[in-house]
Write a protein of this length. Structure first.
Lengths: 357, 363
């Protein structure tokens, strides 16, 4: 007992020496709010790599604090407000569900700059940025149609918002460009981040007979299930090859870093403006992970499609396209405009699911 | 050398006083060691955890927002637990109260009247109480275990809310996102002061705590709760009905959880969405026990737990420790409080040498 007390006293005595940690006041703070943990292997990890790129690029000039695992709802508003009050000059809120909270805090702090990922509400000090994920998903669809023996893929979806519906449609359109009879089954996990639910969804899809998996959720759980069951899968948001070295065909990788660096530079130069950015493969905000575990001809096809999308020669949403019920949507050669894509709430023909209404 | 716990003849008045202080000190010391091992300055970490959130007015508002539902629910639970009815499903009653309380703003958004808010609060309490009546019915009628039934009803309530906001109650203009339409200003609990977001939920909580404290201390009902909780047989001899107590305690705790639910939705969120609580109903169980099932103690413990949430966030931002540390820290507090409470009923004896005591002989 005595020894314990002495040990405690000694610890208490040394505490003073370790406290402190003065902060440099002249650094510009560029802050990030994450919905998941920054090691989720998916969405948030990709965001955090972007943050680290900002950190490396600007070195001593910029500081990049972040908050992780912030729930969407009232806690998000507090978290964002805390950042605004702690001296952040630019705050990236990196999940769709942070939209209303970001809008509220942005109105309260007109001098702080805000950027919200994938949302549709903006303001004088609130920019939005998004990535044309559907371009990558179209390529995934093509690969799936080549690699699937059964002609059916499974899609683990999060929420039936336009963003996700657009991705499902792009995948199906890509697949149909290779195999017109290709079918796509969808399971709604109703979460962005929940390894357990995502794994369950993956198992349910495989039990329904799909032999390729793709996902619009944040963790590597589906990839791991696919690896266990011996089918192919696509990574999402981050390169998930580590979770499935023999399983991942490719991944659509979010490479936010360049964008974050660009916006941070604008902030430092005093040229930051509120904009609504929707960049794609050609801008480098989206990258395809190496094409692996597939024959050379499939790889060649994927690379060709990627090049065509980058050059603007190919737009995934080009007619003729029918809606799910067979009614025509786009005429031959007609391209969907951005507004229609961003409000998309219907499936294209071939998706084997009923869109939750 | 051996350490033994020996039951005291009666609760030690000295340790009743010392125990909370001792547990707080131990938490601070071990918390400091934890931060030191993580390579962070222990004092600055403790400062940002416990002091920093209290230094700014807006942050105090946030503290009240976080503490409100915790205290409100825990006060109700304290009555249930004192009467030996183990309502574990406050999270579900919270959710159902939020749903029934939202009927008006979601289904009749065009009705503007000063009556809307009070009606919402009453309907929220009713919803929570009725939902808690299910385990009460099952217990009194079929003698089922209310721990299991109330807990499982949590998932039913959450999935019901999930279904509502994806289906019939979804905002048609909400881009398919699962949420109801925004409540009109008549249906939103306004901020109490201009300086921050805190709304009436903290007032409800403090009021409920004082009323329940008064009831437990000065009213026959409170005596009934205590007697039936300690010994059902003794209660029956005194003419109290343990069946009625099941109904009373569960529905009271359900009503307060329901009120917490609708206050949170109306005051902090402003619409319904699939997830409306970061686990308030479960955390409130900890709050209730930290407050020793005493409503006034619960006020204190509610604020302490709320503080650890805010402090965790502040520490994450200012010194970059992970949010997981917050949970470890909350665990530390609970662990030390419970283990120090042992000292109230037991005394520690350190026995030197071997083979001299009765206990030893049994081995």
């Amino acid at each position: 007992m005595k020894k314990l007390i002495i040990a405690l006293a000694a610890t208490a005595a040394t505490l003073g020496g370790f406290s402190g940690g003065a902060q440099a006041a002249d650094k510009t703070k560029v802050c990030f709010v994450y919905v998941g943990t920054r090691t989720d292997g998916g969405w948030t990890q990709a965001q955090d790599l972007g943050r680290q790129q900002v950190d490396k690029t600007f070195g001593d000039k910029v500081e990049t604090p972040y908050l992780e695992s912030v729930p969407e709802g009232p806690d998000a508003e507090r978290a964002i407000e805390r950042m605004a009050r702690s001296g952040c000059a630019l705050i990236f809120t990196t999940s769709f569900g942070f939209m209303d909270a970001t809008v509220k805090v942005a109105e309260k702090f007109p001098k702080v700059k805000f950027e919200h990922a994938t949302g549709f509400k903006s303001g004088p000090n609130l920019a939005t940025y998004n990535s044309r994920f559907y371009e990558g998903r179209y390529i995934l669809g093509q690969i799936a149609a080549k690699m699937s023996k059964k002609g059916v893929a499974g899609y683990i979806a999060s929420f039936p918002i336009p963003e996700v519906v657009m991705g499902i449609n792009a995948f199906e359109l890509g697949a149909k460009s290779v195999n017109p009879n290709f079918k796509l089954k969808v399971v709604w996990a109703n979460t962005w981040f929940d390894p357990g639910k995502e794994a369950d969804a993956a198992k349910a899809l495989i039990d329904q007979g799909v032999d390729i998996l793709t996902q619009h959720t944040d963790t590597t759980a589906p990839m791991q299930v696919a690896a266990e069951r011996g089918i192919y899968a696509f990574g999402q948001a981050s390169d998930m090859i580590a979770a499935g070295p023999k399983t991942q065909l490719t991944a659509i990788v979010d490479t936010w870093g360049n964008y974050y660096v660009k916006r941070t530079k604008a902030l430092l130069d005093g040229t930051w403006k509120s904009e609504q950015i929707w960049d794609g493969l050609k801008d480098g905000i989206l990258t395809m992970a190496p094409y692996t575990n597939m024959p050379d001809d499939v790889k060649a096809m994927a690379e060709e499609t990627e090049a065509k999308i980058k050059s603007g020669e190919l737009h995934p949403f080009t007619g003729p396209i029918n809606k799910q019920d067979g009614t025509p949507w786009l005429k031959k050669g007609e391209k969907a405009d951005d507004g229609t894509l961003l409000g998309m709430n219907f499936y294209v023909e071939g998706v084997d699911d009923k869109l939750p209404k | 050398m051996r350490i033994e716990l020996e039951r005291r003849g009666s609760a030690s008045p000295l340790f009743s006083v010392i125990s909370p202080i001792l547990s707080l000190l131990l938490t601070l010391v071990f918390g400091a060691i934890l931060f030191w091992l993580l390579g962070k300055g222990p004092l600055s970490a403790l400062y940002s955890f416990f002091i920093d959130p209290l230094t700014e007015v807006w942050s105090l508002h946030e503290l009240a927002i976080k503490a409100g539902p915790l205290i409100l629910i825990a006060v109700g639970l304290s009555v249930a637990y004192r009467s030996n009815n183990w309502n574990i499903g406050a999270e579900g009653q919270f959710t159902l109260g939020a749903i029934t309380g939202s009927i008006l703003p979601v289904l009749v958004p065009s009705w503007h009247s000063p009556l809307v808010l009070p009606l919402m609060m009453v309907m929220g309490m009713l919803g929570g109480a009725l939902f808690a009546a299910i385990p009460a019915l099952l217990k009194t009628r079929f003698n089922t275990n209310e721990i299991l039934t109330s807990l499982m009803l949590v998932y039913i309530a959450q999935l019901f809310l999930d279904w509502l906001v994806r289906g019939p109650w979804r905002d048609p203009k909400g881009f398919n996102f699962p949420r109801s339409l925004d409540f009109s200003s008549d249906a939103v609990l306004p901020p109490l002061l201009d300086s921050g977001r805190a709304h009436a939920s903290i007032i409800f909580a403090l009021l409920a705590a004082v009323l329940i404290w008064f009831m437990m201390r000065y009213m026959l009902k409170g005596f009934e709760v205590t007697v039936l909780g300690r010994s059902e047989r003794a209660g029956r001899f005194a003419g109290f009905s343990s069946r009625r107590m099941v109904w009373f305690s569960l529905m009271l705790s359900g009503a307060l959880a329901g009120l917490a639910g609708i206050s949170e939705v109306s005051g902090s969120i402003g619409h319904l969405q699939p997830s409306i609580s970061p686990g308030y109903g479960f955390t409130a169980i900890i709050v209730a026990f930290l407050g020793r099932l005493n409503p006034l103690g619960i006020i204190a413990s509610g604020f302490v737990l709320a503080l650890t949430y805010l402090g965790g966030e502040a520490a994450q931002l200012s010194i970059g420790i992970s949010d997981k540390v917050t949970r470890v820290f909350q665990g530390l507090i609970l662990f030390f409080v419970l283990s120090c409470d042992t000292l109230i009923l037991y005394r520690v004896r350190i026995i030197f040498g071997a083979g001299k005591t009765l206990a030893e002989g049994k081995h």
